[in-house]
Design a protein around this ligand. Structure first.
Ligand code: SF4
Length: 358
């Protein structure tokens, strides 16, 4: 797999300082560049900016640009769709090498959340997910993940709205299969001098990549963890998420326990409710039993329609009964509202392709 060449957006602030130092430019200049790149979310670098002093200008002129040491991540918006209720906006973004990813802004009263992609395509193959059905293309570089956040910032500001408050890594791809790039990207967007998304406002979602969860626990990543469980019955779970045959349910739950013990953090368990598959009160009780001893909050997500998948969304009564069964077993549970369905921006609907009319 060949990744496009590195860009300025791949660099954490300490790495940028080291680069400048190596070129005999005092690292103090890195802060000025960093603010322009990440706080302002600038779409280009104008050398005549007053905050760029001569040594920094020279460095930028010599090293940044096409064919030079550092590229500049500026994904091209191929489509920009708004849901009819105006609360969800989805972008299809073309990366430097032509790959496309989808990025979503979800609006709530007084705040916005970005949902970004971490891979072009996905190798996990979840049967109810449009991305999984399309297969894996490649990992994203840190800068390509950061650039999606910056694109959302520019879009919000252009509409006179405040910038992002929250970030979820729940777009295309499995973040823990691209963990090094994800870790660097999150360090960049949580920098106070830059986008300044506090770690407590960032949630990483995994289908249950056990080595990645254990790494997050041992390295004490300061971000929230969401685990897409969907079933605690081994065969049923494998049918929904084929790639998880490598990490049986018992092993995954043990990793979640270790995560809780080492970090003291609560885990968000994501459960896509599919009628007749995993939506009965009996299965809710099995889930509660499996989660015993784990500090968990369960998010229930009614299935979103995906072409080629036959599963159906459960009725409201079934979803409620599932939630109540969990709560009676002592687990907090939230039944999430479906959002952005009309523009295929809901969980599992991202395809990374323009479809008629986009
Ligand atoms: S649900 Fe997530 S992990 Fe599963 S195929 Fe889709 S993008 Fe990949």
């Amino acid at each position: 797999m060949i990744l496009p060449p590195a860009t300025l957006h791949d660099l954490t602030l300490p790495a940028l300082e080291r680069e400048l130092e190596a070129a005999d430019v005092r690292p103090v200049h890195a802060k000025a560049l960093w603010r322009v790149l990440h706080r302002e979310a600038a779409a280009r670098l104008d050398l005549d900016r007053p905050e760029f002093l001569p040594p920094l200008r020279r460095w930028i002129a010599e090293t940044v640009g096409e064919g030079k040491r550092w590229g500049f991540d500026l994904p091209e918006p191929v489509a920009d769709l708004k849901s009819t209720d105006g609360q969800t906006r989805k972008f299809l973004l073309r990366l430097g090498d032509g790959e496309t990813v989808e990025t979503v802004i979800m609006g709530y009263p007084g705040r916005s959340t970005a949902c970004v992609s971490t891979q072009a395509g996905c190798a996990m193959g979840c049967t109810f997910c449009a991305t999984g059905r399309g297969g894996f293309r490649r990992h994203l570089r840190p800068g390509e993940i950061v650039a999606q956040v910056l694109h959302c910032q520019r879009a919000l500001r252009a509409g006179g709205e405040p910038g992002l408050r929250n970030l979820v890594l729940m777009g295309m791809g499995e973040p823990l299969q691209n963990a090094d790039a994800v870790l660097a990207a999150l360090e960049i967007v949580s920098s106070r001098a830059g986008v300044n998304l506090g770690p407590g406002h960032i949630t990483l979602s995994t289908v249950g990549v056990v080595p990645g969860i254990l790494r997050m626990a041992r390295e004490n990543w300061p971000y929230s963890l969401a685990v897409s469980l969907h079933s605690v019955r081994e065969e049923e779970r494998r049918a929904l998420i084929p790639a998880t045959r490598r990490w049986p349910v018992a092993e995954l739950l043990a990793a979640c326990r270790t995560y809780g013990e080492l970090t003291g953090r609560r885990i968000f368990v994501e459960w896509t409710l599919i009628a007749g598959v995993n939506d009965t009160p009996e299965e809710a009780r099995e889930l509660a039993q499996a989660l015993a001893g784990i500090n968990a909050h369960v998010n229930l997500i009614p299935l979103n329609p995906v072409a080629g998948y036959e599963g159906e969304v459960p009725g409201h009564a079934a979803a409620q009964a599932f939630k109540v069964a969990l709560q009676q077993a002592g687990f907090p549970a939230t039944l999430r509202q479906r959002r952005g369905i009309d523009i295929a921006a809901g969980c599992g609907q991202l395809k990374g392709k323009v479809e008629g009319g986009c």
